[in-house]
Design a protein around this ligand. Structure first.
Ligand code: BGC
Length: 740
């Protein structure tokens, strides 16, 4: 409908109806026989039944029948029949679980990421989603933080920027009301990835320059791509919780970045400002949030129970409420919900499109590009089918490979690695032993207890563990090569999964150590949601293939890479640490006055471990062997509005074909503020036929050299620069140039 109609509708609304639009609840209650908010899951929100039928949006209800039922029940009792908005966390896919976001980032393939996002948007749109809480654009430098698994751009602002744009475009399309398009709610504003020591929900204190230079670009890119919504973060940003931070929301997001869409709090984050000690009580929390500019209160009763009094006390607050409600109504209108409250819900397509064969096939290919080959001594991979292979480890016969955020996908549809191996090689040719559990039960119990779930006691767990490892050793003895399927538990990464120890679990390390004694080649397929500390096992392994949490098609994707039908091409987007004590660790750090170039005591270094990362940003091997040579610049002075052309020869020196991602980094050698040792400024992922030689070309212009200088201006300062090209952030060739 026309915008004037939307405004007319706003004028017809009572204050309670307006406030209701600014409240989001979990929708299960509308599915109950006897709807009563003073009992059941919404009890804590202290909503009135009247307010329930005024709420504007619903969290995480999906599926054609369920969504329809909720919408019908709501509309049957709502006076003005303003449809509900359905918002959800479709983080790595709806029914098809894609690889987790950190893995998707490792493809360095923007087209493929777009494709995954489009499939995810289409599946979830058919099933009722109007708004998706994705992408998560929090720059992440600390693998202790469990949410790094959701960070598509990893530790890099440039990748973050590119992926943010691609994903928002893919979710929203040209017109968000059209089938297959949904509104994107980017999150979490702001700098959530920088929480102290990786502790979730914690403190962030950083200079404005650091924030603008590294953390803001991905969010900004999504805003410039017209993302419809923003979610605030749980953390404090420079002394004030992000959710009530006026500088952040008003000055930066609304005024400077001109964001016109809706701002929603994270789950109960408005209420949490009381625990932060930044709001005195509930009413004050509501006042702080509305003054900062939060339009929707997700899952706390703060707006529902306090905004009315605040509006009656102040015309200014009432006006802010009107503005927020207008934004919400406009989004509903843009989605076409006033004409059709069911959006693109479609029972028929739910049956035919969701999990369809061609999308699953496509997904498998995308998944293969997320795998990162971390080690491949003596070309142990790909495996030969005629060798006797033993599959050992808790992930060999496990369907829990979709990651902690794939809350809508049906894990029972996942094949296991063991199944696909047996299918390919024949039952009799596959040796298998579980070896050990992913985690000891007492570790799992800690997680279950914190979840409020019942714990399990296992009698003689230690003895059972030893026996199981022994059994695995016996099985492995019969093999020529051991394929280990190991990693983190999916409940160990994601929200509220901060960890101080990011090694493999002790029982899995014991398994590796015992098998190592057999002196057979060992390859580890690693399942994980974060960079892990691998220095305590790596030297025992001949090969390591990191497959993250690969999702629905994971097992089939893995077997094809293991046997060389497909060549791995992923490159890391987060550095792997030598040791957890090195975290946060990232490639684009500053130099100190004593750079750690020499092995000399009074340098910025560790005494006990190398200072460099274990695996650097951008790292990832291939079954091909690529040679880089002849880095050339067409000139070495860059003038205003001009560019330098950089070329390098890359040759595939092997008999197989494969992708290589050629990376361009720049260093500004001197600036009004210190500049990082390297910054990614470009990359090309290209397919090489066997023995193919390509001349790769990049262009450098002044725009790429801009940074937030000592006056907090975004400018390029003239001087000397280094350009690096290489296969990862450490393995590069370099040349200098100047700007005038
Ligand atoms: C998370 C968000 C998520 C929201 C809704 C919160 O706990 O931080 O990322 O979108 O829940 O489920």
């Amino acid at each position: 409908m026309k915008d004037t109609k939307v405004k007319e509708l706003l004028n017809k609304m009572t204050l309670e109806e307006k406030i209701g639009q600014m409240v989001q609840v979990a929708g299960d209650i509308f599915l109950e026989e006897d709807i009563n908010v003073s009992t059941g899951p919404l009890k804590d929100l202290k909503l009135s039944n009247e307010m329930l039928y005024n709420v504007g949006s619903i969290l995480n209800i999906m599926g054609v029948d369920r969504v329809k039922k909720v919408q019908d029940e709501y509309l049957s009792k709502s006076r003005l029949k303003i449809p509900l908005l359905f918002m959800a966390d479709v983080i790595n896919g709806y029914k098809i679980a894609f690889p987790i976001p950190i893995a998707q980032g490792c493809t360095w393939n923007v087209k493929k990421i777009k494709k995954m996002t489009q499939i995810s948007a289409m599946e979830s749109n058919i099933a009722g989603v109007n708004v998706n809480f994705s992408p998560m654009l929090d720059l992440s430098r600390d693998p202790r933080w469990g949410r790094v698994m959701e960070a598509i751009g990893g530790e890099d602002p440039y990748l973050g920027e590119i992926y943010a744009k691609a994903m928002v475009e893919a979710y929203q399309g040209e017109d968000i009301s059209k089938l297959g398009n949904i509104a994107s709610c980017i999150k979490h504003i702001a700098a959530y990835g920088a929480v102290e020591a990786g502790r979730d929900y914690n403190t962030v204190d950083m200079s404005e320059r650091e924030f603008r230079q590294y953390y803001l670009p991905a969010y900004k890119s999504a805003i410039n791509t017209n993302a419809e919504m923003i979610m605030t973060s749980f953390n404090i940003l420079n002394g004030i919780p992000a959710t009530i931070n006026k500088w952040l929301i008003q000055d930066l997001i609304r005024k400077e970045l001109n964001f016109k869409g809706i701002i929603i709090s994270d789950y109960s984050a408005i209420e949490e400002t009381i625990a932060h000690g930044a709001s005195e009580n509930e009413k004050h929390a509501a006042l702080n949030a509305i003054n900062a500019g939060v339009d929707i209160d997700m899952m706390s009763g703060i707006y529902a129970n306090n905004l009315k009094d605040l509006c009656l006390e102040s015309k200014e607050i009432e006006e802010k409420v009107n503005q927020s409600v207008l934004r919400i109504l406009r989004l509903k209108n843009k989605l076409g919900l006033f004409e059709n409250p069911y959006g693109n819900l479609d029972k028929e397509k739910e049956k035919t499109y969701i999990m369809n064969k061609s999308n699953l096939e496509e997904t498998k290919k995308l998944t293969q590009e997320t795998f990162v080959l971390l080690k491949n001594n003596n070309n142990v991979l790909p495996l030969k089918e005629d060798k006797k292979i033993a599959l050992i480890g808790p992930y060999a016969d496990n369907i829990g490979i979709t990651g902690s955020w794939s809350i809508f996908s049906d894990r029972t549809k996942n094949a296991t690695i063991l199944e696909v191996f047996r299918e390919r090689l024949g039952n009799e040719n596959v040796l298998y032993s579980k070896g050990t559990e992913i985690l000891r039960q007492d570790e799992i119990n800690k997680i279950l207890k914190a979840d409020g779930s019942p714990t399990i006691f296992i009698e003689n767990e230690k003895e059972k563990e030893e026996a199981s490892i022994k059994e695995a050793v016996e099985v492995a003895k019969k093999s020529e090569i051991i394929l280990l399927l190991l990693g983190e538990h999916y409940k160990q990464s994601g929200e509220a999964c901060s960890r101080s120890n990011i090694s493999l679990p002790e029982n899995q390390i014991n398994l590796i150590n015992e098998l190592y004694k057999l002196n057979k080649p060992m390859v580890m397929i690693l399942f994980n949601g974060r960079p892990l500390q691998l220095n305590n096992v790596e030297n025992k392994l001949d090969g390591i293939l990191d497959v993250w949490f690969p999702g629905t098609t994971g097992a089939n994707a893995i077997i094809e890479v293991v046997f060389g039908d497909v060549n791995p091409s992923g490159k890391l987007t987060m550095s792997f640490p030598q040791s957890v004590g090195q975290c946060p660790i990232y490639y684009n750090h500053y130099n100190t006055g004593r750079p750690h170039t020499k092995d000399f005591r009074y340098m910025s270094r560790y005494q006990d471990i190398p200072t460099e990362s274990f695996y650097p940003f951008g790292f990832g091997l291939s079954y091909c062997n690529f040679e880089y040579r002849n880095l050339k610049l067409n000139k070495n002075v860059l003038k205003e509005k001009d560019h330098i052309t950089v070329t390098i020869e890359v040759e595939n020196k092997s008999d197989c074909a494969g992708y290589e991602t050629i990376q361009l980094y720049i260093q500004d050698l001197f600036g009004s503020v210190v500049r990082p040792v390297k910054e990614l400024k470009g990359f090309k992922k290209l397919y090489f036929k066997p023995h193919e030689l390509k001349i790769i070309q990049f262009e450098i212009n002044k725009e790429m050299l801009k940074f937030w200088n000592s006056d907090l201006k975004f400018v390029a300062e003239n001087g000397e620069f280094k350009v690096f090209i290489g296969r990862d952030s450490e393995n590069t060739m370099e040349k200098n140039f100047f700007t005038k």
